[in-house]
Ligand binder design. Structure first.
Ligand code: C5P
Length: 228
């Protein structure tokens, strides 16, 4: 069977990337985490000092956008892709709370989205790809053969995200801070003018609040086999 494009979209912290990673590995596809790309642009804006409190110097970012080069390289040990910003591995830094707090405003900017979507479409040209994000099934690859829309209850998502932060050594962020951050991101992502987060009409919905990771993987593999 010929390789297809798999789009996985959904709310913040509902395990989209675990899901996309697992599936890609099982079927030998390339995995692309598009949230990491918006996070890397956000890190660039923070490091460049483009923020005054809540206010971003949008015009400078617009002018410098073509200097922001985001790439992925496989970590030889974990075999997982890691995010590079202008040649530097920023995989760890882009997952922190500072980037999380600013990424959704950055992701509302039309010129940022245009640049990211263009790169994502180029990465998918060879097909055989699993891409996760917010607008993959609606904007990046409306023609994707398999589209999954993932969700879970906010409290479940906050707990998972907190566990992840703890496992990476963050001992200070609270459950409430994580919950507030992800609800705020959902709100901004769903109400923005350009490519808002929404379920594609032809997407299959998965609420993973009550299912385990192996169950989720089996569910995905079954859908994949049905389609291919
Ligand atoms: O997937 P992750 O939670 O890492 O994404 C971080 C943020 O990037 C999201 O909250 C959203 O604002 C933005 N994003 C987006 N479009 C995508 C992927 C992520 O707007 N395709």
């Amino acid at each position: 069977t010929h390789p297809i494009i798999i789009a996985i979209d959904g709310h913040s912290s509902c395990g989209k990337s675990t899901m996309a990673k697992d599936l890609a590995q099982a079927i030998g596809y390339v995995y692309v985490d598009t949230g990491a790309m918006y996070r890397a642009v956000t890190l660039y804006s923070i490091r460049r000092g483009l923020w005054q409190g809540e206010k971003l110097d949008t015009e400078t970012l617009r002018r410098e956008m073509e200097q922001v080069r985001i790439t992925f390289r496989l970590n030889p040990e974990t075999k997982l892709p890691e995010t590079y910003l202008n040649g530097e591995n920023v995989e760890r830094e882009i997952r922190g709370m500072e980037v999380s707090a600013k990424v959704s405003p950055i992701a509302t900017l039309d010129f940022v989205r245009e640049a990211m979507v263009r790169e994502q479409q180029a990465m998918g040209e060879a097909r055989g790809i699993v891409m996760d994000g917010r607008d993959i099934g609606t904007t990046v690859f409306p023609q994707a053969e398999m589209k999954v829309f993932v969700t879970a209850r906010p409290e479940v998502r906050a707990q998972r995200r907190l566990d992840e932060l703890r496992s990476k050594g963050d001992t200070t962020t609270t459950f409430e801070a994580v919950l507030t951050n992800l609800q705020e991101r959902d709100r901004i992502d769903s109400t923005r003018a350009v490519s808002p987060l929404r379920q594609a009409e032809d997407a299959i919905v998965l609420d993973n609040s009550e299912i385990t990771i192996p169950e989720q993987k089996a569910w995905l593999l079954k859908r994949f086999e049905e389609i291919t």
